[in-house]
Design a protein around this ligand. Sequence first.
Ligand SMILES: Nc1ncnc2c1ncn2[C@@H]1O[C@H](COP(=O)(O)OP(=O)(O)OP(=O)(O)O)[C@@H](O)[C@H]1O
Ligand SMILES: [Mg+2]
Length: 222
Amino acid sequence: MIHLHDVKKHYRQGENSVLACEVSDLRIGRGEQVALVGRSGTGKTTLLHLLAGILRADAGTVEIAGQRIDAMTEPQRDRFRGQHIGMVYQTFNLLQPFTALENVLLGALFGRGAGHDAEARAKSLLERVGLADRMHHRPSELSVGQVQRVAICRALVNDPEVILMDEPLGNQDKATGAQVLDLLLQLAREGNKTVVMVTHDPESAQRMQRTVDLATLRRSAS
Ligand SMILES: Nc1ncnc2c1ncn2[C@@H]1O[C@H](COP(=O)(O)OP(=O)(O)OP(=O)(O)O)[C@@H](O)[C@H]1O
Ligand SMILES: [Mg+2]
């Protein structure tokens, strides 16, 4: 489902360029649930953004669902993301003027999930993460953990084949985090979805089928 080969991503910084992410070879099968771990600054967010097509690799190949997204233009990658990928950003990226429900519905608007049942799906997801009575609140009127759960619902509303999550449970208390992870894994199993979740929490990592440490993906490490 996912195959990266000899991938490199640099960030330019004035005269210098920083190697932010390097992956010699990584394969993740359809329906596999993977925890992505590694110390701060090792390139986890950069890798998720490469998988989502938000960033483009400087070198190497990135194949998802049989398509080479490294060879696509930006509009093609945007369309691909809308159709195949649900992303939970480390910084959530909710739109401030809109309510929780509207933010989730915006996820459907840009993807394949637009249609008459989008609102029902959005509401049902918000209910399942414990936000039934917060649907009409704006992000500024929600707690950080609640905003994070809205971002998770937005990623799921299109029923994507690939779910990418950047520390999606980092602001949840233990019980809520476990409950949201239960929901995620249940939806993933039901729909045979591929999940890549960045986490610093060993307990969450253990619930996934496999753990990938970014430090072991570099060419020099293999
Ligand atoms: N826009 C940027 N310009 C220059 N360097 C960057 C930029 N974004 C990230 N970096 C650098 O690239 C490296 C990888 O960053 P990235 O955000 O992918 O790390 P991370 O593993 O997600 O870290 P964390 O666990 O703290 O979220 C870091 O060393 C960072 O300083
Ligand atoms: Mg990060």
